[in-house]
Design a protein around this ligand. Structure first.
Ligand code: GLY
Length: 362
């Protein structure tokens, strides 16, 4: 996979200018969602005169950016939105030498990355993530795609952005739930790296964030992900470490959605981490002291997703449908210690049900 440049921003406009100049596109397009267009686009709009080129698009003179928006929620990560981006590119005169800048959360960077990767067999794109989740996870590592037939990220390709510019200034206006949601992926990165990283994350005060410290934590977190992706870009082996917490997390997320009480992805991942650390203790000897510390932090920060034993079979069933499974066997990434990663692990149904007991009562 091509190299992806990740820039921790000091001067967003200058760094974006540089990322664009490195490619030297003939035409520039910007994808945002309706919320980001209002809140974040003004921060970078200086680099060219802004012209909206909608469905009636027109050829753009050099130096001008064509800005387009899609809906805000994950539901907009669909074929219709994708087609609207392709259409705007096409009618706006995009060529194989044009470039797309994705400004937004994971939905925008995933969909925009896929649109760019497939338009005329691939044009260059740059990600400017505006949520913590997108900064530390979605925008980095080259996974792009859309949801299809109710399945998340069902269609997509691995294709990295030319550059990812991370400006943590955007976090100052991000709501606390979305900060917490992204922070769950940072906890995961702490768990798969070093005890000192994890301890630092558990000390951080999310109620009164020190944004300078958060910027440093984000930089460390992204470096952990980059290192793993560089070793295994196509998720054949060690990249599966990034799935820690997600097998159970996705089951919680799906159950919550089906019961009409949707939760943010990171909340489900945080609860999934508690469960999978319990399994790590049982299956791989993960230290119980860390299990206790991480669980306490997670329950204090994210609360506890409430369910009773009547939905155990449903949750188990949801785990058996996880797309990471092989031959119907539930695939877990577990830990023997902080940073001691065991991929492709299984567990018995009894162990999984005990894990759910622990989660509810532990
Ligand atoms: N979100 C996990 C990965 O990028 O592999």
């Amino acid at each position: 996979m091509k190299e992806q440049k990740v820039i921790i921003s000091h001067d967003l406009q200058a760094e974006l200018r540089e990322a664009i100049d490195e490619v030297g596109p003939d035409r520039l397009f910007v994808l945002t969602d309706e919320k980001t267009r209002e809140a974040c686009w003004p921060v970078i709009s200086d680099f060219g005169c802004i012209r909206g080129c909608g469905a009636d698009g027109h050829l753009l003179p050099r130096g001008e950016a064509c800005v387009m928006s899609i809906g805000v929620s994950d539901e907009a990560k669909n074929l219709d939105s994708l087609a609207s981006v392709w259409k705007t590119l096409s009618q706006g005169g995009a060529t194989r030498h044009s470039m797309l800048v994705n400004l937004g959360g994971g939905m925008v960077t995933d969909l925009g990355g896929f649109a760019a990767s497939t338009f005329k067999r691939g044009i260059a794109y740059v990600n400017i993530p505006t949520t913590l989740l997108a900064m530390v996870d979605a925008s980095v590592g080259g996974k792009t795609g859309i949801n299809f037939l109710g399945l998340k990220n069902e269609i997509g390709v691995f294709n990295p952005a030319r550059a990812v510019v991370l400006d943590t200034q955007f976090l100052r206006t991000l709501d606390t739930q979305n900060v917490r949601s992204g922070y769950a992926e940072m906890l995961k990165h702490g768990l798969i790296s070093e005890e000192s990283n994890l301890a630092e994350l558990l000390r951080f005060d999310l109620d009164r964030p020190d944004y300078d410290q958060l910027k440093e934590l984000v930089a460390k977190s992204v470096a952990i992900k980059e290192h793993i992706v560089a070793e295994d870009p196509y998720e054949k082996g060690i990249r599966k470490a990034l799935n820690l917490g997600h097998t159970v997390g996705h089951a919680f997320e799906s159950l919550a959605l089906a019961e009409g009480r949707p939760v943010l992805h990171g909340y489900a991942v945080a609860w999934g981490l508690v469960c999978e650390l319990y399994l790590s203790v049982v299956r791989c000897g993960f230290p119980t002291t860390w299990l206790r510390q991480v669980s306490r932090f997670i329950f204090e920060t994210y609360g506890r997703f409430a369910f009773d034993c009547r939905v155990y079979d449903r949750l188990y069933e949801l785990m058996t449908h996880d797309k990471k499974n092989v031959a119907g066997v539930i695939n877990f990434t577990l830990l023997g210690a902080v940073g001691d990663i065991h991929i492709n692990q299984s567990a018995s149904k009894e162990e999984i049900l005990e894990m759910l007991d622990f989660y509810r009562e532990g």
